[in-house]
Design a protein around this ligand. Structure first.
Ligand code: UD1
Length: 372
């Protein structure tokens, strides 16, 4: 513990786009409770639209440390984060390091932290612990399993995560249910998103367009699979506009595979800021995605979602929420069919099918767990 009795120093790690909305509410809740935070940005994502715009939209203060690792192969990216994070941890020696999600920055900082534990006394907490796709080919699954194994405190977003961790023999005393911190951010920013009115700015009528996102290596790194997804979106675009904010990885692959023409039927945009994306998704008839976070956001908003993957590490969004898997392997007809079913299902009001603890107070529960 730090000099002030009862006050802790918590180092928050963020590296890639899906991390920023998770650390934002935790940072605020820590400050409110009188604790000190140190923000480390690994620089895994570095473009303004993939990173800085989120800091602005979510009121996250400037990082205290910027590691600037950038893009590289998995080994090089992970190694660079480890190499540059080690001196920062040794210098700061916080009470806790908090790593969110499942990106390469998460496992890299987790490994550094656990290996220095004897020396620094710093404990490791994993935010969004216990999710499992059971698909070991996914880099994120490897990151999730190993980060959980290294962590002193596992903060879980849904009860299914507790079963996954128990099945791996992880001691239940390390596991604390807090709910979903991403939904804290969503509920906080929803009024601003609705006021922004991105659909109207784009000439789209609420409930009469679809939003699609695509970036998983398993969908975009193979030419035929990527072509199938884009053709599926084009088939849907015959009914209503399909907006596709294009991830940099996907844009690069489309160019490399010569698939530029497949984008013609779609409303392609640059990656959107957090509030812009929320404004669009909230007013969509349905969303097609291979993102993890979007599956949760659509469930919280009550918007039907089709997940373009073989399985999901977020099954609660299917059991309780608005999510469904497209038939696997993906085909144009299968994507179309799953979209039609989602449209028939229709939307429900925000919060109507939200799982327990997706209530805007998950970050407060995270702080309580760290302080205990
Ligand atoms: C990473 C995460 C993934 C997460 C996704 C969200 C891992 C293993 N994967 O995948 O879990 O869902 O982020 O976006 O950590 N690029 C840019 N600008 C940027 C960032 C990336 O142009 O700001 C380009 C890179 O040059 C690279 C590609 O996008 O070619 C992929 O970036 P990378 O961070 O390696 O993985 P993502 O596919 O984004």
């Amino acid at each position: 513990m730090s000099e002030h009795s009862g006050s802790m120093t918590v180092m928050l790690v963020a590296g890639a786009r899906p991390n920023f909305m998770k650390i934002a509410p935790v940072q605020k809740a820590l400050h409110k409770a009188g604790h000190r935070t140190v923000i480390v940005h690994t620089g895994q994502h570095y473009d303004d639209r993939m990173s800085a715009s989120f800091f602005r939209d979510l009121d996250i203060r400037e990082p205290d440390h910027h590691l600037g690792v950038g893009s590289a192969t998995h080994a090089v990216q992970t190694a660079r984060v480890m190499e540059s994070f080690e001196p920062v941890l040794l210098e700061t020696r916080p009470d806790w390091v908090l790593v969110p999600g499942d990106v390469n920055s998460t496992i890299a900082c987790a490994l550094v932290c656990v290996k220095l534990k004897e020396e620094t006394g710093t404990r490791l907490a994993h935010l969004e612990a216990g999710l499992r796709s059971n698909d070991w080919r996914m880099p994120e699954e490897v990151n999730r399993v190993l980060t959980d194994r290294c962590s002193d405190l596992l903060l879980i977003p849904s009860q299914d995560a507790a079963d996954n961790l128990a099945a791996e023999g992880i001691d239940q005393s390390r596991v604390v249910f807090i709910g979903n911190v991403m939904i804290d951010t969503l509920l906080d920013r929803l009024p601003a998103a609705q006021e922004l009115g991105v659909p109207a700015q784009m000439g789209l009528s609420p409930g009469r367009f679809v939003v699609a996102t695509l970036h998983r290596p398993s969908n975009v790194d193979d030419r035929e699979k990527l072509k199938t997804c884009l053709a599926g979106f084009a088939a849907i675009a015959q009914d209503h506009p399909v907006v596709l904010p294009l991830h940099p990885r996907t844009r690069k692959r489309i160019e490399a595979f010569g698939l530029g023409d497949s984008l013609a039927p779609l409303r392609v945009t640059e990656p959107l800021g957090y509030i812009e994306m929320l404004s669009l998704v909230d007013a969509a008839a349905a969303v097609l995605t291979d993102s993890g976070g979007v599956q949760e956001e659509t469930t919280a908003l009550g918007v039907p979602c089709v997940t373009l993957r073989e399985q999901t590490e977020r099954p609660i969004t299917i059991e309780q929420g608005t999510n469904r898997l497209a038939p696997w392997p993906l085909t144009v007809a299968g994507i179309r069919e799953a979209h039609d079913a989602a449209i028939r299902q229709g939307r429900v009001s925000a919060g109507e099918c939200s799982p327990e603890g997706w209530d805007g107070r998950a970050a407060e529960r995270a702080v309580d767990a760290l302080a205990r």
